[in-house]
Write a protein of this length. Structure first.
Length: 279
């Protein structure tokens, strides 16, 4: 059984060079606040598999795209499953945690998602555009993302990448959740400055949109970020459902909302570590 103060291994890459953001600042802040309630140690994602047996659970935070340490990540997942290690977020996520195939699946079932294909014979299903976005199915943080012409998109479509029209959207907006509870929303008023975020007050329709994807993913515990864009017709379209290690942009919210998020995460993590073993 976990100790009175559960022991947590907090996985982060403090040196990861994120564009437009400082991952390390967020994890220094968040790990310091979690230490108020948990016995906590930080480690790099490459070291997680070797160290996690000494802890009641593992929290995966700003550890960077797994493409940079794929073998270590695969070994970590395999060992966690074999030993029944409690990993937060649980490894049962169906979204970015498992690659971006879910965008195809959601689009095929009528969910409001940016039009996406992965086969050359399906390119005609996309709206015509001057340019197309090509991204690896296992990518993250824009690693490997390319903006290309229609002819080049056809050449690159080989089943390992996703192809989407480059949409002229009004802005991008992100909705942040702990477990299935909405915490706050942020948006980028200028599409060319993705990480210059401001508080966003969602409408009821906005929250219904985001909730569809939280419910679809079915994670019993953890932190998720629903990224969407506002299309020219006013509709929200899903860009990404980040359920592995979503950056939280806590520096863009006021102290009251930041404290509320920390309290929600602490309560969620304690329930996760002390309750029945389940995703």
């Amino acid at each position: 059984m976990p100790s009175v103060r559960p022991r947590v291994l907090y996985v982060t890459d403090l040196a990861y060079p994120a564009r437009g953001r400082r991952y390390c600042d967020e994890d220094i802040f968040l790990s310091a606040r979690l230490r108020e309630d948990f016995d906590l140690a930080l480690c790099h994602p490459r070291d997680a598999a070797a160290l996690m047996d000494g802890f009641d659970g593992v929290v995966v935070r700003n550890s960077g795209p797994v493409l940079g340490y794929q073998a270590a990540h695969d070994a970590f997942r395999a060992r966690a499953v074999e030993h029944g290690t409690r990993v937060y977020n649980p490894l049962t996520g169906r979204a970015d945690m498992a690659g971006k195939q879910y965008l195809l699946e959601l689009g095929a079932t009528g969910h409001p998602v940016i039009p996406t294909v992965d086969r050359p014979e399906d390119l005609h299903l996309l709206p015509e555009a001057d340019e197309y976005v090509v991204k690896p199915k296992t990518g993250a943080d824009s690693v490997g993302l390319r903006i290309v012409s229609a002819d080049r998109a056809r050449e690159l479509t080989d089943g390992t990448v996703l192809v989407q029209p480059r949409v002229d959207f009004a802005y991008e907006v992100s909705f942040y959740y702990v477990d299935d509870d909405f915490q706050y929303a942020l948006y980028a008023p200028r599409p060319d400055r993705r990480w210059q975020l401001e508080p966003y007050e969602p409408t009821g329709a906005d929250l219904e949109f985001a909730r569809r994807f939280i419910d679809w993913n079915g994670l019993g515990h953890g932190i998720q970020r629903v990224d969407a864009c506002r299309a020219p017709d006013g509709e929200l379209l899903l860009v990404e459902l980040e359920d592995l290690n979503p950056y939280l942009s806590l520096d863009a919210v006021d102290e009251q909302r930041r404290d509320a998020f920390v309290d929600a995460m602490k309560a969620s993590l304690r329930r996760f570590l002390t309750g029945p073993a389940a995703g």
